[in-house]
Design a protein around this ligand. Structure first.
Ligand SMILES: Cc1ncc(C[n+]2csc(CCOP(=O)(O)OP(=O)(O)O)c2C)c(N)n1
Length: 539
């Protein structure tokens, strides 16, 4: 005989899970009681939202589903923002929650929350398990659903009695069999041919890569396709890192906070190949205006994305890696020299904003210096706010990753995501940047950082404001700054030191550069507090 809880742990082991992030409570205790007998490492976070973010950072760095665990009721509801964040960024995540005993469901008993109902609109699928014998099938399906097609979070809610229920034996299915769930990976040959024909007629073609290119592991295919055809590339924020900023085929990031020359290329193009980009409003503010004048080819693994935000001329459903390979085989096109020269000249004319100063740390120029100092394959996590935009526009992701909450825009994401990423890839340099508002949403994770010993470096941009909203109020609300001044913040250096984490504060670029060098060379976690001019703009 074997209990439901033991089955849950065995399922995770068979799926190859090495680390889970969680926070226990009575309703998940049976599971924890078996987890501690397993080789799976458990990271005790300090608040459940961070468990989901840490699992998300882990998943994005490792390329396998991340796993987070919480108890019923408040534990489960605390996970919600983290689950929604993962959903918006298509991150494969398995969220396991304890639930009250089945016979108490629906009675508003202590710590009961309808978490499957609450998460319905931002999970790819969710299960409320009623019988321990179903657990192996459910876990197999959950991992399959989370990591195939367009990745996303799957929730498994397990009542306490199901965790304790004894069943005769355990066997794990070889394959998940889910009727009606068959993500299409090969693009349709006729559509690919149509796209190749459209490319052959284009005078000003452009490739636009989104987060789907990263998820598909199609970096090489993307660059090879651009090099073969000469078609230049722009990226969305989620597509950052596919092509290094200094690559000759890359023009920059598009969008509201993007590079002007990249936006102009979007405007001037007569054909855009959207690759794994969902055309969110931050990336393209008026999608219909673009598609009115420009031919659009949209490649995406998720058919629901195609045509959702922008009218599309040639839809191609499939894995970007496979579609780009097939498209490359169909075309011997070379982009007109005139167009290439035009976009290159615009890129060359682009002058990065911000220059070093000695009264404050100037974040844009500091980001550029920092990226030169960091390892090629480093993982860089940006939080949300001005700090995110300064990083996205100025940090050159060479062969590494740029992790941020691009879809939901969740403040407090960077530190936990960085911890998760470091635990997934211990040999890679991991640095995160936060604003003083964002950091205060997740600074309890300094304890997790200390406890795990994860070598994560934190750059904290202190402007004593909710900078991004302050800037918005300056521009759009006649400078009426409401509820955006951060008073009462702690001394961040002392705070880190209280956790046993070394820290230093700097207030000029010269100091910041020196301190960053020392920080990067040091072992273990470190907090670098950078004083930023409160009126520093993003653009
Ligand atoms: C959880 C959450 N609450 C509110 C917001 C709205 N918001 C977006 S940016 C921002 C300000 C961020 O301030 P800070 O972290 O200090 O970074 P800065 O903009 O100063 O770099 C706020 C409040 C959000 N994105 N996420």
């Amino acid at each position: 005989m074997i209990s439901g809880a033991e089955i849950m742990v065995k399922c995770l082991e068979i799926e190859g899970v090495k680390t889970v992030f969680g926070y226990p409570g009575a309703a998940i205790c049976p599971f924890y009681d078996f987890l501690c007998r397993s080789k799976i490492e458990h990271v005790l976070v300090r608040e459940e939202q961070n468990a989901a973010h840490e699992a998300s950072g882990y998943a994005r760095a490792a390329g396998v589903p991340g796993v987070c665990v919480a108890t019923s009721g408040p534990g489960a509801t605390n996970l919600i923002t983290g689950i929604a964040t993962a959903y918006m960024d298509s991150v494969p995540l398995i969220a396991i929650t304890g639930q009250v005993n089945q016979w108490l469901l629906g009675r508003d008993v202590f710590q009961e929350a309808d978490i499957t109902g609450a998460c319905e609109s931002f999970t790819k699928h969710s299960y409320l398990v009623k019988n321990a014998a179903d657990l192996p099938r459910i876990f197999k399906e959950a991992f399959h659903i989370a990591s195939t097609g367009r990745p996303g979070p799957v929730l498994i809610d397990v009542p306490t009695d199901v965790q304790k229920q004894m069943v005769a034996s355990f066997s794990y299915p070889q394959k998940a069999q889910i009727p009606g769930y068959k993500p299409r990976t090969q693009g349709h040959a006729i559509q690919i041919r149509k796209a190749a024909e459209a490319i052959s007629k284009a005078k000003r073609p452009l490739l636009c890569c989104g987060g789907g290119v990263v998820l598909a592991g199609a970096r090489t295919e993307m660059i090879e396709f651009a090099e073969k055809t000469g078609i230049p590339i722009v990226s969305t924020m989620m597509g950052l890192g596919v092509v290094p900023m200094d690559s000759p085929v890359y023009l920059g990031m598009i969008g509201m906070h993007g590079h002007e020359n990249a936006n102009r290329a979007m405007h001037d193009a007569d054909l855009i190949l959207l690759c794994g980009a969902r055309v969110g409003d931050r990336a393209v503010s008026d999608p219909q205006q673009v598609s009115d004048t420009t031919k659009i080819v949209h490649i995406d693994i998720d058919p629901a994305e195609i045509g959702k935000n922008m009218d599309v001329d040639i839809p191609i459903v499939g894995d970007i890696r496979l579609v780009l390979r097939a498209l490359a085989a169909e075309t011997d096109y070379t982009a007109p020299a005139e167009w290439i020269e035009h976009v290159k000249a615009e890129k060359a004319a682009f002058v990065p904003k911000g220059s070093p100063r000695d009264d404050y740390v100037e974040p844009r120029s500091f980001m550029r210096v920092l990226s030169r100092m960091m390892a090629k394959n480093a993982i860089f996590c940006a939080d949300v706010g001005q700090n995110q935009i300064w990083a996205a526009k100025n940090f050159n992701v060479k062969e590494g990753r740029f992790l941020t909450s691009g879809g939901l825009g969740t403040m407090g994401y960077a530190l936990p995501a960085a911890i998760g990423a470091k635990l997934a890839k211990p040999h890679r340099q991991v640095v995160c940047v936060c604003g003083d508002g964002s950091f205060q949403m997740s600074m309890c994770e300094l304890a997790t950082l200390k406890q795990t010993g994860a070598d994560v470096k934190i750059i904290l941009m202190v402007n004593e404001r909710l900078g991004m909203v302050w800037e918005l109020q300056t521009k759009l609300y006649d400078g009426r700054h409401t509820a955006t001044t951060l008073t009462g913040s702690p001394d961040f250096v002392k705070l880190a030191e209280a956790y046993g984490i070394p820290a230093t504060e700097v207030s000029s670029n010269a100091q910041a550069e020196l301190a960053a060098k020392r920080m990067l060379e040091s072992d273990g976690p470190f907090l670098l507090v950078c004083r930023v001019d409160p009126d520093e703009p993003t653009l």
